[in-house]
Design a protein around this ligand. Structure first.
Ligand SMILES: C[S@@+](CC[C@H](N)C(=O)[O-])C[C@H]1O[C@@H](n2cnc3c(N)ncnc32)[C@H](O)[C@@H]1O
Length: 250
């Protein structure tokens, strides 16, 4: 697997450890986190029990718990789990060894699995089908797998060793065990002029950041959804949300 050594980032804090480790001021990471959560949250409206596969610092845990959902997070980095437990003391986090090939829960345990920024390191790799089969095992019949991952049509990779994967690569790899219901675009890997300006001004006027956050987050998603094929092929990468259901077992 080409996943970076996540242990080294874990003490950078809830967002910096798992989004952009270079963003020490945190505005960019807060914007990306808001963009992702705005799209993820409505998908969880009917969820009762959820596995966060590769939970990192558990940045979604308390928000998911507040929705009345039973949350469990697992991660292959001991340091991430240590940080997650420290930050979210009332949530369930477990270290899972074996590169995610053994999820420490029984069959049919969760109705939903989310995975954000994790399967992009695994899909099309040597363990890809085994990891997906393990997620499938712990999901109830027709349970949901919702992922937010990087896609690229320009065959470029982002900084941290992600494979260059198209939406079709994900769809193809999932198709043995999952039916893909939708693939939606979340954000461009490159910040727009508006986002850059917003982040620059926020450094001097932090109150403006809170005021404008939801507006700019919506613009970020609208902008990638407006992008035509020509623009998409020029981007280094963009985030996609894949909503899928486990295929019914015979
Ligand atoms: C980019 S971080 C994302 C963390 C979290 N999902 C989030 O969005 O905040 C990727 C995380 O995936 C974990 N990870 C990588 N490979 C994994 C695997 N095979 N099984 C479980 N976790 C894994 C890493 O340790 C790291 O914490």
């Amino acid at each position: 697997m080409t996943s970076p050594n996540w242990d080294q980032y874990a003490n950078l804090g809830m967002l910096q450890a798992v989004i952009d480790p270079a963003d020490s001021q945190g505005f960019k990471n807060r914007l990306i986190d808001r963009v992702q959560w705005r799209l993820l949250q409505p998908k969880l409206a009917n969820t009762k029990s959820l596995l966060d596969f590769g939970c990192g610092t558990g940045r979604f845990a308390s928000r998911i718990g507040d929705m009345g959902i039973k949350y469990a997070g697992i991660d292959t980095s001991e340091n991430m789990i240590y940080t997650a437990k420290k930050i979210n003391q009332s949530s369930d986090f477990q270290f899972a060894d074996f590169n995610g090939l053994e999820i420490p829960f029984p069959d049919n345990y969760f109705d939903t699995c989310i995975s954000c920024g994790v399967l992009q390191y695994i899909i099309k790799g040597e363990d890809s089908q085994q990891v997906l089969a393990e997620i499938y095992r712990v999901l109830q019949p027709e349970g949901r797998l919702i992922m937010i991952e990087q896609a690229s049509r320009s065959n470029q990779k982002s900084g941290l060793g992600v494979r260059s994967l198209t939406e079709a690569d994900y769809q193809d790899e999932l198709s043995r065990l999952f039916t893909v219901k939708s693939i939606s675009r979340v954000r461009s890997g490159e910040l727009s002029r508006l986002s850059n300006r917003f982040l620059k001004i926020s450094k001097f006027l932090p109150w403006l950041f809170n005021l404008g956050l939801d507006y700019v987050a919506q613009q970020v998603t609208d902008s990638i959804n407006r992008a035509d094929d020509f623009k998409l092929y020029k981007l280094r990468y963009f985030d996609i949300l894949i909503d899928s259901n486990a295929i019914l077992r015979n």
